[in-house]
Ligand binder design. Structure first.
Ligand code: GLN
Length: 519
């Protein structure tokens, strides 16, 4: 392909957006299909197939969901410096297919054995190791794919293009379309055919994602290629060029994650250390390598990223405490049908899919009139909506005369407000990262974005633990006490989040000033 055709390819449009957006949308849709599909089964695989206790299962689950958002830092940096986003996405997708397929190797189920009056669980060590290795492949795969497919969306637009936030909102719809169907398809397959089929479906979904990307990557032209291709072909070890060295080191990374999943106490420390190192790296880069305007934008970007720690730490109660609270305290009978608590997990994805186009239109409508809120304002609004969601539920719960009968509308209201909040921070933040970063390090910055998200996910576990109630055989002993404990935490969470949102509004003028014309 000549240079002229390359640039023409990246300019071809579909519904007013570059065609590359469709490729990012579909690739990420399949990636999230596999990620959320697998994640929906994971806790059951741990507790029902491997017979881990709830506590250990939660530890494995928590370490996994933190690590998947830590590795994008590595994937982002390697793409910025050497591979370019396209090769990084392909590498990530191959690792993901291998990881999800590995998960489908189920092996024999663990058994409880009695030895001298004590119960032990016997797990086949081979299959347990296959399982940890599969998780490690997924962790590294997400690391290479997630940040880079997101920067590829940004690369399709000029820094000030008004379509950029809308493009990320559409991209975000792809994410949630994948997550919605992933949980349903894999959950359904688990119910009727078992774990292998559920996990296998996630692997097949990811294979579709890989194929879509391989077929469509030409739409990006030069945008996704390595910036310095000569670096990749350079001989660095006898008979090995840098590109192959990177692939070799990636496999070592897989082995490291394999061990980390088995030494989980290290993950919290690793997260803290990564946050410190990355903040220092970005600040140093901004002060030494950037001209003043870019420096300020990078620093604003860093400040805004940190809002995510608050956001996800409360938002991610969805899968943990809110899930249990729905099970224990919400009246889930609708038209004579009892809706399983787990089904409420897809409410958020459903709202994203239905509301994202409206948000897209709203941002464009407001932008045309010059009324679109700035990125820092959208972030502040997201924290306020998050807080209001909790307060709605707390209010609704106070109306219930029976602690097991909180009306379903209140939990739906909470998810609705959490979703509108998410639409003001998550896709907007991806877009912001691509426009406030210096293009040379956009992959690294996107990695930092997900790192902050990892921190939020991690803290969410600690908050969920605060809501814990006494259980007997998995059932709460006292539903009224359980409800009171949830509401105490949620009410504090709600007010803190609103407080943080108000403080964030006060910061808007300052942050806007240092964004130097970028909104
Ligand atoms: N739900 C979004 C996704 O899966 C956001 C994840 C996050 O940043 N924590 O991409």
């Amino acid at each position: 392909m000549t240079d002229a055709t390359v640039s023409l390819e990246s300019k071809k449009e579909f519904l007013g957006h570059p065609r590359g957006l469709v490729i990012c949308f579909l690739t990420e849709m399949w990636e999230r299909f596999s990620y959320y599909g697998m994640r929906a089964l994971l806790i059951f695989y741990l507790t029902q197939h491997f017979l881990f206790s709830d506590e250990i299962a939660a530890g494995i689950y928590g370490a996994y969901i933190s690590l998947v958002y830590i590795t994008p830092v590595i994937g982002g940096i390697v793409a910025d410096r050497y591979l370019g986003p396209a090769k990084a996405v392909v590498l990530g997708a191959i690792l993901l297919v291998a990881g999800h397929m590995g998960m489908a190797i189920e092996g024999s189920q663990a058994v409880e054995v009695m030895v001298q009056g004590e119960t032990f669980v016997q797990r086949d060590p081979f299959y347990l190791q296959v399982f940890y290795l599969s998780l490690a492949l997924i962790i590294m795969g997400v690391g290479f794919l997630k940040a880079n497919i997101s920067t590829m969306v940004g690369s399709l637009y000029e820094r000030t293009d008004p379509r950029r936030d809308g493009a990320f909102t559409l991209f975000y719809m792809g994410i949630n379309l994948g997550s919605f169907f992933g949980a349903i398809v894999c959950g359904f397959l688990l119910q009727y055919y078992g774990f292998s089929f559920g996990f296998g479906a996630a692997g097949i979904g990811m294979l579709f994602g890989l194929l879509v990307f391989l077929r469509g990557q030409h739409y990006f032209g030069d945008l996704a290629k390595p910036k310095y291709p000569e670096l990749l072909t350079q001989q660095v070890l006898p008979g090995i060029n840098r590109e192959w060295l990177i692939y070799g080191l990636t496999l070592i990374g897989v082995l490291v994650c394999w061990q980390l999943m088995q030494h989980r106490a290290v993950v919290g420390g690793l997260l803290g250390a990564s946050l410190v190192v990355m903040t220092m790296a970005v600040v140093t880069y901004a002060f030494t390598k950037c001209e003043p305007h870019d420096r300020n934008r990078m620093l604003v970007c860093l400040v805004l990223m940190s809002y995510q720690i608050i956001f996800w730490s409360l938002f991610e109660q969805t899968g943990s405490s809110l899930n249990l609270m729905t099970d224990r305290n919400v009246d889930r009978e609708i038209l004579g049908l009892t809706i399983p608590a787990a089904a409420f997990q897809s409410v958020n994805a459903f709202f994203i899919i239905t509301l994202a186009p409206l948000f897209n239109m709203m941002w464009l409508y407001l932008a045309r009139r010059g009324w679109e809120p700035s990125t820092p304002m959208k972030f502040a609004l997201s924290l306020i909506q998050l807080g209001l969601g909790f307060l709605f539920l707390v209010y609704g719960a106070s109306l219930a005369s029976d602690p097991t009968q909180v009306a379903v509308i209140w939990i739906v209201m909470l998810y609705l407000l959490h979703t509108t909040g998410e639409l003001c921070i998550s896709p907007v933040g991806l877009s912001m990262t691509t426009k406030l970063s210096v293009p040379r390090v956009v992959g690294m910055m996107m990695g930092c974005w997900f790192l902050a998200s990892a921190a939020g996910n991690y803290v969410s576990g600690t908050i969920a633990a605060m809501t814990g109630s006494d259980t007997v055989g998995g059932e709460v002993a006292d539903p009224a006490a359980a409800l009171a404990s949830y509401m105490e935490v949620y009410s504090t969470a709600g007010w803190y989040s609103i407080g943080a949102g108000v403080a964030a509004i006060l910061l808007v003028p300052l942050l806007k000033h240092f964004m130097h014309g970028i909104k």
